[in-house]
Design a protein around this ligand. Structure first.
Ligand code: NAD
Length: 462
């Protein structure tokens, strides 16, 4: 089996075939531009424990570079390089002006207390900051698997202490709490972004017909692997706003199945209280996590981890459409097989970009030192109030207080975040689709072509 980074490079090679980009330029684009490996010794209960970590800068064609920090025992250099490369292509696809980066620490966070994790994070981040692999200008992490807003808050506090004269210190990480300068809507951004992808797909009747999807989203059966940050926000957005029928949700222990559709709001409540999805009232729980991928369904959404669809299980995948909410969930050979079998795959470098899109908004907010909407919200409301009063007078009608409130309300930070996210996801879908209309290749090839055509401009004169 090819390594994760080899997989990503093969996609680049395949997409580059049609673009006429010089071999040496493609080789440079594919290569990791800088790499830091660290070992941090942290005293835990009086015993020194060693943790190995990486911060990879895949592409410096734009600065800063951007990418999450992952805490997992599976973290290694190859995985971190692959994830950093995906970040470069992802940012290019969704027109976010960052190069690609990624970080990871080889650790099982479940084995440590909160205070121990704080200490470990501070040791790791101190190395990254002092080696210039973490700053608002050069390299900006965010949460990924095993990390969250909490770790980002620890890092921003540390950065402020170490670099007190950096006026933009809040922009050293994204995905932090709103109290530390985060942006409303970041926590749910990746899952919500995937929901926008699905909605845009359903605005394309030609694609629905080609892949035998029913015209209404609600009529299609959805399966989601992963109920963490991405999977849970995706599921609740689709359930609450689109009345979607999610027949199965999985995690690393197994999956919950209900042919009529799972009540996601109740499942989320259950998960908050029990840290588990094994809720008998909401469906049948099966203790075979990998079998979830093989369920009979219309749309399969891997939202857990990489390389879960591979040569050994690909022939048993039944979904007509796969949306890669996780990074790299399909191995290269499996991808080729599925494409030949006529499965529509919406690739990770577009599908899960919602997180970095909103991270970009957060970083801009930190550099401008003001939340979005603060200047114009009341001004917009006053103008709308005047307009409605004029219309009521001229037309002789009278709106209810409820109608007036809805129409008058100006956009706040969350409205603007959601609006920018929706706009970006819809626009990028159509950029990719327009390439496909010309070359009839897979959406993955088209997304990579879109990314490469933008990145190559930094290395060639035309
Ligand atoms: P998370 O740690 O919050 O949740 C991961 C979920 O996947 C958990 O429910 C876990 O039980 C499940 N899981 C892990 N390994 C599994 C396995 N082998 N089989 C079945 N289930 C498994 O992680 P997350 O932040 O939701 O990230 C999920 C994926 O999305 C990762 O590939 C990540 O790189 C990608 N991603 C995350 C973000 C983000 O903003 N968090 C952004 C872009 C991409």
């Amino acid at each position: 089996m090819k390594s994760f980074k080899e997989n990503v490079d093969l996609y680049v090679d395949r997409a580059a075939l049609d673009l006429g980009i010089k071999h040496e330029v493609i080789e440079h684009i594919k290569s990791t531009h800088s790499l830091l490996q660290v070992n941090v010794g942290v005293p835990i209960n009086g015993v020194l424990q060693n943790f190995t970590g990486w911060r990879v800068v895949h592409s410096e064609h734009i600065l800063p570079t951007k990418g999450g920090i992952r805490y997992s025992l599976l973290v290694n250099q190859n995985e971190t390089e692959a994830l950093a490369a995906l970040m470069s292509y992802k940012c290019a696809v969704v027109d976010v002006p960052f190069g690609g980066a990624k970080g990871g620490l080889c650790i099982d966070p479940k084995l440590y207390t909160e205070e121990q994790l704080r200490l470990i994070t501070r040791f790791f981040a101190t190395k990254l900051i002092t080696k210039e692999f973490l700053s608002p200008a050069l390299n900006v992490p965010a949460p990924d698997m095993g990390t969250s807003e909490r770790e980002m808050d620890w890092i921003v506090d540390l950065y402020k202490t170490l670099k007190p004269t950096d006026i933009n210190y809040r922009g050293c990480v994204t995905g932090k709490s709103v109290a530390r300068g985060g942006i409303k809507g970041r926590a749910e951004a990746t899952g919500r972004g995937v929901a926008e992808v699905i909605r845009e797909l359903f605005r394309h009747p030609d694609l629905l017909k080609q892949y035998k999807l029913k015209p209404n989203l609600q009529q299609n059966r959805i399966v989601i692997q992963g109920f963490g940050n991405v999977g849970s926000h995706l599921a609740s957005t689709l359930y609450k706003q689109d009345a979607a029928t999610i027949i199965a949700i999985g995690d690393h222990n197994g999956y919950l199945y209900n042919a009529k559709g799972i009540h996601i709001t109740k499942l989320k409540d259950y998960h908050i209280h029990n840290k588990s999805i094994q809720c008998k009232e909401l469906g049948e729980f099966k203790h075979h996590p990998e079998e979830l991928l093989e369920l009979d369904c219309d749309i399969l959404i891997p939202a857990a981890t990489e390389q879960v669809i591979h040569q050994a299980n690909v022939s048993r995948i039944k979904a007509a459409v796969i949306i890669e909410a996780a990074n790299g969930p399909i191995a290269y050979e499996a991808d080729e097989y599925l494409h030949q079998r006529g499965v529509l795959i919406i690739p990770d470098i577009y599908a899960n970009a919602g997180g970095v899109v909103v991270s970009y908004f957060e970083w801009v907010k930190n550099l401008q030192h003001m939340r979005f909407g603060r200047l114009e919200k009341r001004f917009q409301e006053q103008k709308m109030q005047q307009l409605l009063a004029m219309l009521e007078h001229q037309q002789g009608v009278s709106l209810t207080d409820q109608q007036k409130t809805t129409l008058i309300q100006g956009a706040d930070e969350l409205d603007l975040t959601y609006s920018g996210l929706e706009d970006t996801m819809r626009d990028s879908f159509n950029q990719i689709r327009n390439i496909q209309k010309i070359n009839n290749k897979s959406l993955r090839d088209c997304a990579y072509q879109l990314a490469l055509s933008k990145i190559k401009k930094y290395y060639t004169d035309h």
